[in-house]
Design a protein around this ligand. Sequence first.
Ligand SMILES: Nc1nc2c(ncn2[C@@H]2O[C@H](COP(=O)(O)OP(=O)(O)OP(=O)(O)O)[C@@H](O)[C@H]2O)c(=O)[nH]1
Ligand SMILES: [Mg+2]
Length: 609
Amino acid sequence: MNYRSDIRNIAIFAHVDHGKTTLVDAMLKQSKVFRDNQAVGELIMDNNTLEREKGITIMAKNTAIVYRDVKINIIDTPGHVDFSGEVERVISMADGCLLLVDSVEGPMPQTRFVLRHALQGGLKPIIVISKIDRPNLRIAEVIRLIQDLFLELATNTDQLDFPVLYASAKEGIAVTEPGTPSKDISPLFDCILANVPPPRIESGPFQMLVSNLDYDSHKGRISIGRIWRGKVVPHDTIVRVNANGNMDYYEVAEVFTYLGLKRLKVDQAEAGDIVAVTGIERVSIGDTIASPEQPVALPRIEISEPTVEMTFGVNTSPFAGQEGRFCTTRQLRERLYRELETNLSLRVNNTDSPDTFLVKGRGELHLAILIETMRRQGYEFEISKPEAITKVIDDKLVEPVEVLTIDTRNEYIGVLTEMLSNRQAQMIDMRNDGQDNVRLVFQIPTNGLLGFRSSFLTSTRGESTMNAMFLGYEPSRGEIVSNRNGVLVASEQGFAITYGLNNAQERGLTFIEPGTQVYEGMIVGLNSRLQDIPVNVCKKKKKTNVRSSTSDITVKLTPPLKMSLEQAIDFVNKDELVEVTPKNIRLRKKLLTYSQRLRSASAVRSGVK
Ligand SMILES: Nc1nc2c(ncn2[C@@H]2O[C@H](COP(=O)(O)OP(=O)(O)OP(=O)(O)O)[C@@H](O)[C@H]2O)c(=O)[nH]1
Ligand SMILES: [Mg+2]
């Protein structure tokens, strides 16, 4: 067995927002991979549009720097729980990890998840206490909590001995002792070289696990992964081994390694390095590519199961086909199945209806990102309310259950506990910091959590944070009754006008502006009562000769409540759909006419399905 002392492979893990991507910025900037005058900005690795808009990392990505002649391959990962599949996907590429923990927040649910995976995957962890420039640091307390976490999760005693560093990525500094001065993050680089084992390599014929795919319109599909054995050279013949063990042959076109934001074309790459290889057109993540001399598959990547599902269907609204470029069943099916090649924790199933697909993911945000991406690519379709995926284990119906951690202020405890008990949550812990802050921990069925985020943010006025993490399956506690109010449903097709909307606003909140085109069955507002009611927002004022008062001349409407895609997904009930097009997000009843809905409601009441 040999080691390559000129390389280290590390992944960066943490709970969401604990500063991973900002730390990678500092590493890239200080390792001089950019020209001196090159404008590179912030959150450099979050280069996809939705990542930049939302300020979160969605996909794991590779980069590399050189420090003291050692190349450090770095994999930045997302911290949001819905993208945990990305963490699972990249673990096998790394030998060590930086586990960031916010110096104020301390370990959070996703910190536990990533540490458990890192330790099980045999990675050497380096703890980085991040954001030490923040006021109200709780370093001693945070370290104690991390030690507890290690005691709980370590798979052997060696793992209990871990290095700790303190960093402010914003200021570009890292130190080994809190409170000591520093001018850069070189202590972090030194710590990586000293503690992360160099990649172990086997000599012999080429073998690599494909851990990621990229696409280039000239080069075609790009396979990314770590070489486990041997070396790869352009024009080599290789064998791809797929999930069924089937093999096919390809010629490698080009080989690249990483440096900064660039991929460098190389004449050859050897075991231990992380590379990108082109020329293998039909390849999936998890496949092995290897020399024909010894085409043995490496263990495939294991990804946890999805927990939430919803249907994606061809748009059936009266406005179908008007706004999208891709609107047909065939186009929708192809797009969804293509997504499976890279989105490892996603599943797609056909349903009884040929126009509808059941799409399963790791959470609402995971699915919402796919929907938003498709809509920007020109797809038009309709989606249903997300639901938790139940299973039958030992003849019992079980449902996914999550641990929900809420950081809030004392004044919101009452309202939150009440909202959550309606959603079948049980409080398992409550900790007060002696001032006004409190951490509440609940156990809650995924079904109870779906749709909770918007009402959570409203009722705590955006002053609290919530984090949920999958815990396991438990016997189903039955359906959660929606306590959302009824909706205002447009009763005829046309253009909404001020007069009609003003009438609707006497009944509740409206979602659309004057001039919006509506159809019968489209949801245009939220009723102030529990039932749905039809409203005619296109109705004009009857002309009379007498003006009753001046207020009739200028009606001032309350501005509409505009929902984002995520809020719309959160909002809809089971008998409703979200219509998604590149231009609009509309809410609608599944049954468009009032009489259809009336018939269906009376059928439900009399027990007829
Ligand atoms: N004060 C302070 N803020 C920081 C520091 N590092 C990051 N932040 C801020 O913390 C927020 C999250 O930073 P990111 O680097 O995007 O965090 P992340 O861990 O990559 O987030 P995800 O990838 O979405 O999980 C941003 O607003 C940063 O500006 C730091 O050292 N000090
Ligand atoms: Mg990030």
